[in-house]
Design a protein around this ligand. Structure first.
Ligand code: B12
Length: 569
């Protein structure tokens, strides 16, 4: 299928959409007849693109994410307008429309990236005709993932979106310390900074970065974003430390919207006033909550969980899995995450696939091709290590012992302050030998470099899809390995249990990861790394306790039949 030739949903006239939906959902008396009658006639109508003016066609290429005919039309337009006027005129109008359609839920991430690809092709074609001094920039933004953090995918999306909407973006990469940002400020004289980070620890690193920038007397606007960051944290912690304006964006498109308002004279003042107002209100609510916080209630004693029979693992050796065939992981891919969260499909992916929804099929096609290449051309590699330890709980602590009986490590887990007062240590016996497994897996080797090369070539959809596939393969690997451990441990899942149920954790025991709500202490990653030595297959830990490469997952595995996921505080 040539996806570029597909017409986008919002471009299909309302009446035609209704006819197609009537057919899919079998609405009305005879939807087939109505559909056939309409389209039999419509075939005779001229294709809509030729009815459009040259400017409208140029905008449309961008909105449709299509390059079929784009260069010819650009050459025609060059006979009547300067290249910069073409970029700032019909092409940018197209990108503005893409932003509007995305915010209106009519376009998905993958389609926005296709539009960015068309924009990049157009600008690259026009650039040689431009004067050296000419520049179409709305502003320069220095973008970076903060110190200790290897998060790339979110930051790269921001780069693609901003750089194809008229901004000059200087992407400093990952693990960027404040000194480097300060140096970049002096070298590039940017109009704003953009900081990204995945974890809570990175949000805290943003506070430190804001303080350092302030000490360096830097006050340009500071955009911040990331999965674990909230508007409230940005207002009460980062903005409070920074000398200039701090702007939080929940996603790349909101970042673009804010940048457009900020760097356009008519909207700037109103935006700054709104953000300051919102941040003052958030800070006031936060301090009111602190003041009225009730005294810590008397803690109910924790309930003792049933002491279950302990299954014995096959051994206590360290096992290394190198180059696990990707086809063993693929069945464990969570398509809701991959197609939904990362590529933007809205709704239940499984159901949409079954119904033959065109958008989901398009995304499916892109991912399937990449999956084939990942295997055939060796784009992704899956490595991991696992090991069981003898374990014994004492209060909220679990001690691990190696095969010789020597204490190898201890983990102290937080206990819930109210409710069931759960603590992970409750899942390990305190009166007899018990066992726990640890593992670390990665599918990220080489992904950063390849995704970056594709991004620089303007292959945005593939670049983003590769990063998304890698991180979801890491998660799939974790799920597959956990399933294998249950089998080896002597309590396999029922053979009829489908993988879709495993993805909902409908099995005995749990797999938790440091940084998740039941065991939030990320510093424990260092102990897990000491025990598993994943460095031997290229997986290392940053000073922020993040695993490098990005597409990696670590876990603790408990067998207790009553074990469940919970938040400790
Ligand atoms: C998918 C996912 C993963 C994936 C990929 C992570 C990734 N790089 O994105 C995998 C499976 C690899 C993973 C691993 C881990 N994860 Co995780 N993960 C998630 C999840 C479910 C979604 C994250 C996501 O959407 N990523 C996709 C990218 C594109 O989104 P994004 O980063 O948010 O970026 C967008 C916006 O935030 C914004 N943005 C980002 N930066 C910027 C910058 C600017 C300037 C602007 C304007 C906007 C902007 O625009 C981006 C695009 O629209 C979140 C929970 C959640 N619902 O958010 C947990 C979450 C982030 N993970 C978490 C944890 C703990 C981990 C692990 C440490 C667990 C472990 N021990 O293995 C590891 C760490 C990985 C490592 N390398 O060390 C915690 C973090 C909490 C904490 N304590 O810090 C979360 C919040 C889950 C939770 N509720 O506990 N994870």
């Amino acid at each position: 299928m040539n996806t570029e030739r597909l017409e986008r949903y919002p471009s299909i006239p309302e009446a035609e959409r209704r006819l197609a939906e009537d057919l899919i959902y079998w609405r009305g008396g005879d939807p087939v007849a109505a559909f056939a009658a309409y389209f039999r006639e419509r075939k005779k109508a001229p294709p809509p693109a030729t009815a459009l003016s040259l400017d409208e066609r140029l905008s449309r290429y961008i909105v449709e994410g299509s390059r079929d005919g784009l260069i010819d039309d650009l050459n025609a337009k060059l006979r009547e307008a300067a290249p910069l006027a073409i970029i700032n005129g019909p092409l940018m109008r197209g990108m503005d429309e893409v932003g509007r359609l995305f915010n209106d839920n009519q376009l998905i991430v993958a389609e926005v990236l296709q539009s960015a690809e068309a924009m990049k092709t157009a600008v690259a074609h026009l650039e040689p005709f431009m004067e050296k001094a000419e520049s179409a920039t709305r502003g320069t933004i220095v973008l970076a993932t903060v110190k200790g953090d290897v998060h790339d995918i979110g930051k790269n999306l921001v780069e693609i979106i901003l750089s194809n909407n008229g901004y000059r973006v200087i992407n400093l990469g990952i693990k960027v310390p404040p000194e480097e940002l300060i140096a970049a400020y002096h070298t590039h004289k940017p109009d704003a900074f953009g900081l990204s980070g995945l974890l809570v620890k990175s949000a805290q690193q943003m506070v430190v970065t804001a303080q350092d920038l302030r000490v360096a007397a830097i006050e340009i606007p500071l955009f911040v974003g990331g999965a674990a960051l909230t508007k409230k944290f940005a207002a009460t912690r980062i903005a409070a430390e920074y000398g200039g304006l701090t702007l939080y964006a929940k996603d790349a498109m909101e970042g673009l919207d804010l940048a457009n308002q900020l760097f356009s004279a008519p909207t700037r003042e109103a935006l700054v006033a709104r953000i300051r107002r919102e941040q003052t209100a958030l800070a006031a609510t936060a301090s009111a909550i602190r003041e009225t916080a009730p005294a810590t209630p008397e803690l109910a004693p924790p309930r003792r969980l049933e002491r279950v029979m302990v299954p014995a693992p096959p051994d206590l050796e360290r096992h290394v899995l190198r180059d696990v065939p990707l086809i063993h992981l693929y069945p464990y891919l969570n398509l809701q995450m991959l197609y939904g969260k990362h590529l933007g499909i809205r709704g239940l992916v499984e159901r949409l696939l079954e119904a033959g929804d065109p958008k989901v099929l398009e995304v499916h096609e892109i991912v399937e091709e990449l999956k084939r290449d990942a295997v055939g051309r060796g784009l992704l590699h899956a490595h991991g290590a696992y090991r069981w330890y003898r374990a014994r709980a004492a209060g909220d602590t679990v001690a691990l012992f190696d095969a010789s009986g020597r204490e190898a490590a201890t983990f102290e887990f937080p206990r819930q302050k109210d409710g069931e007062r759960l603590c992970l240590a409750d899942y390990v016996r305190d009166d007899a030998d018990d066992y726990m497994a640890l593992f670390a897996v990665t599918c990220g080797a080489g992904v950063r470099e390849l995704a970056s090369a594709w991004k620089d070539r303007g292959e945005y959809v593939r670049s983003h899809a590769l990063q998304a596939l890698a991180i979801e393969c890491a998660e799939a690997f974790a799920e597959m390995l956990h399933s294998r451990l249950r089998t080896l441990w002597g309590f396999p899942d029922p053979p009829e249990l489908p993988i879709s149920e495993k993805l909902k954790a409908h099995y005995q025991g749990i797999r938790v990861s440091f940084g998740y709500p039941a065991c939030p202490n990320l510093a424990d990653q260092a102990t897990l790394f000491r025990l598993l030595e994943p460095e031997t297959f290229g997986l290392s830990l940053t000073e922020g306790f993040m695993m490098d490469p990005e597409a990696s997952v670590s876990a603790l595995v408990f067998h207790h039949s009553a074990a469940k996921y919970f938040k400790a505080d």
